[in-house]
Design a protein around this ligand. Sequence first.
Ligand SMILES: Nc1ncnc2c1ncn2[C@@H]1O[C@H](COP(=O)(O)OP(=O)(O)OP(=O)(O)O)[C@@H](O)[C@H]1O
Length: 624
Amino acid sequence: MAAVESLVEKTALESPNPHDVTPLLDQTPVPSIHRMEEEGVAITWKNLEVTTDAGRPLLRNVNGIALPGMMTALMGASGAGKTTLLNTLLARNTKGLNIKGEILVNGQKIGKGVTEVSSYVQQEDIFVGTLTVGEHLYMQANMRLPNDWTAREKKERVDAVTRDMLLENSVGSRIGVPGVSKGISGGELKRLAFATEILADPPVLFADEPTTGLDSHMAMIVTKRMESLSGDQGKTIVCTIHQPASEIFELFDRILFLAGGRTAFFGTPPEAVSFFAKCGYGMADHTNPADHYIKQIAILPGYEEECKKKCTYICDRFAESALNKRMDDEMVEFSQKRPLEQINKVGWCTLFAMLAMRYGKDNLRKSSMIRAKLVQKVFMGLFIGLLYLQTNNRSQDGINNLKGVLFYFCSELTYSTIFAIQTYMPGDFPLLAREYHDGVYPVSAYMCAKIASYLMIFSIDGAVMITIAYWMVGLPSVGRFFLTLFICLLVEISAGSMGIAICSMAPSYAVAVSITGPLLTVLSLSGGLFTNVDAMPGWISWVQYISWFRYGYESLVVTQFVDPMYHSVPCNQTSCLNNGAEVIQSLHFSESNLHGNLFIMFVYSIIVYAMGYCALVWRVLASR
Ligand SMILES: Nc1ncnc2c1ncn2[C@@H]1O[C@H](COP(=O)(O)OP(=O)(O)OP(=O)(O)O)[C@@H](O)[C@H]1O
């Protein structure tokens, strides 16, 4: 508190001299610091007003310009509106906000099309942590660089970016997930995020707090890289930055200070020194300039009124300054329409192949997904095999056992598939939404890749369990074995479609699991073993038709009980099932339904996948 008080004493309550009319503030022209670039992209924003739905103003009449070959920093105290301005320029995360004003990209109003000419390094680094740096860049290069580039050209681009971002020594390292699995360092993560975004060589790069969480050395490296992208490669760079060190502050070509949603300053770092000095808030020697200026325009707890007055004073002085006039002139100049080159798009099949490779590798490297499930399936196969060892004999007990085994096949394949999908898939959403809005791939490519990657592993481990249990139980013939495998595969595909659809619709893992539990109970109860499917009350009997348990179980029962060994079954009880046909009848199943069931499960999966896809598209679009 003492520190706050002394700060307020020294700054907030210090009265500036209102008669101090200086060249900077009295419209004396200041030198222009740019030249009209032939290439590159200029972004201008004029009279930006952003208010919440509740009417709270977040940005008030903010103007500015970001030019090719320059690095522009948006600075201000916490809550000043930096991220709001960045999001507004990018047309991202603007739900619940009303935006007025004009944003021009090379003189053109392109709205969300800004994504087509820019990349965005977001504050939070999100990657698929099981991949290595090299694998990630390889896949990203294939998803972001045009199809007509050769593999060699793409590799050369990856190598160049890897060198540029000082990632050569990390190429073989796993990326990892901070706090979950060990991987590359925070600085490497940030440089990897930059490497990913500059692969396609976009003319504009936005970055939100690129140095947050990095030590000063790493922050310097990252800022130097941005400087070389703008200075050497002519890119337009706009970033928000939180109280940078003096050396970093000096690297920026332009600084936009925001105070309470208004423009407090726009100019070069040396111009900031003289502007704030002329306002009466000069900086003592050996002070961090960013720290100092941000303190002048911060709203300090307990001194809100004084601080607001001071911010208003500084913003008003800037509004009438020659710096503001220069900005207006530049905005007029750069509002002229100039051509815009869009980043090339990549073909759907390439995107699908890269995503399938990404998620396939991810699945294979998740020990709980592959090894644990495989061990579980081997164990369950052996357990069922031992429990019902050679139990498939022509007896009444054998019939009961076989009915149990077949229903267990449906249950085990369903539960393990759905819950494995639900453990991991909800975690994909932030990366999917980000990459979709970055224009990297459509939701359809993600959805198909995800389905392909899951089908591969679930088919294998399901087949392992069925193979072990089938022969141990003593079920008949190679032909029936393969038909059983095929039916089980369709059961898994149906269950997988429901798992993926629920994850696509539900906003979180918790919601997905809460929906799935009761749903599976309902579907399994109406599957035919526990309920007489013909005798279900009319108002609820429709449930069996959305239950793959019903189609799968009926198909498995028919496959086994039409076998010649069930043509007659000995009876030593009062009430018996004398043959396979009677078993099928007793369950109210029909032999003639077999092929129809297989077809229905196939179509069912496609319909449920399509429903999941629509829900996912809706959620992704709503997340912009
Ligand atoms: N969608 C929104 N709805 C309501 N208020 C919002 C919304 N977005 C931002 N705000 C509010 O606008 C103000 C400015 O937020 P913003 O995130 O732009 O600040 P900032 O300068 O980036 O701060 P920080 O450095 O702390 O990230 C904050 O008070 C924030 O609560």
